[in-house]
Write a protein that binds this ligand. Structure first.
Ligand SMILES: [Fe+2]
Ligand SMILES: [Fe+2]
Length: 183
């Protein structure tokens, strides 16, 4: 297949792909942040959880990166990386439940996000979009699995402080998607 012109994809589709590419990039850095903070904690459960999830997020990112010529990567990728790293590292320093709850909140957001995108892509007749949305449906299934794994790994109910942090994550993620669609 030759070089594909980005003009072939409708603008709103390119925006959505850019937002999800940025999200997967941020997700990779969340798990890198967790692993980095875990160098201090040395928690084997955190390490194996983060390594497994990191491998999945890397494969999601590769799926979007392989088609980057069809849209355009976010100009704020560096910032999404930092934001992801902090989102992973900070709760890990506070303990396992904090980290698992963070992943539960992030992946709950991602679940909704992919659900909406898949609904939108369902109405497209562009052949690339139709094919790629099948890959995205597989990514979506991974994200819900991640969310459930994080929830089941929690050993107690989230504290008030954790729920505040969770709301911050939800708000931040919404804002990030809006920004990454544009920039
Ligand atoms: Fe992902
Ligand atoms: Fe995920």
């Amino acid at each position: 297949m030759g070089k594909v012109s980005t003009s072939r994809l409708p603008k709103h589709i390119r925006s959505e792909l850019r937002a999800s590419h940025a999200g997967e990039f941020g997700a990779v850095w969340i798990y890198r942040g967790i692993l980095c903070a875990n160098l201090i904690r040395q928690d084997a459960q955190i390490k194996s959880f983060a390594l497994q999830h990191l491998a999945t997020e890397k494969s999601h990112l590769a799926g979007f990166a392989a088609n980057i010529q069809r849209y355009r990567g976010s100009l704020l990728l560096f910032f999404w990386g930092i934001a992801g790293f902090v989102t992973g590292a900070l709760p890990t320093l506070l303990g396992r439940n904090w980290m698992f709850y963070t992943i539960f909140c992030v992946e709950s957001f991602v679940d909704e996000h992919y659900r909406e995108q898949l609904k939108l892509f369902d109405h497209e007749c562009n052949s690339f979009v139709r094919g790629f949305s099948q890959q995205m449906a597989a990514f979506h299934a991974d994200e819900t699995k991640h969310r459930d794994e994080a929830l089941h790994a929690m050993t107690k109910q989230p504290s008030k402080a954790m729920r505040c942090w969770g709301r911050l994550i939800a708000y931040g993620s919404q804002w990030a998607v809006k920004a990454a669609r544009l920039i």
